[in-house]
Design a protein around this ligand. Structure first.
Ligand SMILES: [Zn+2]
Length: 83
């Protein structure tokens, strides 16, 4: 995870908000696979992007467009609370 955060700005590639790298829990940092490993994605840096734990965990292994399309109001509200 350190390498990903050393390479990219700490911006969530899913919701577009800043990530507090010191935070823990839902708004803390995690590393998301652009193409999920279960869909053949690699662990190479080019396939890894910073994401909130919340965004990452709700995306699971779905395509990003599908995650965006199925966002619930509750999830958008949770994301809006990110510091
Ligand atoms: Zn996010």
């Amino acid at each position: 995870m350190e390498l990903v955060y050393a390479t990219y700005e700490p911006v969530c590639h899913l919701c577009g908000k800043w990530i507090d790298v010191e935070a823990t829990g839902n708004y803390g940092p995690s590393v998301d696979h652009l193409v999920a490993r279960s869909h053949g994605g690699s662990d190479e840096l080019s396939n890894l992007k910073p994401a909130h734990f919340l965004c990452n965990s709700t995306r699971q292994n779905r395509p990003i467009e599908e995650w965006r399309a199925t966002n619930t109001n509750e999830l958008e509200w949770l994301i809006s609370l990110a510091p």
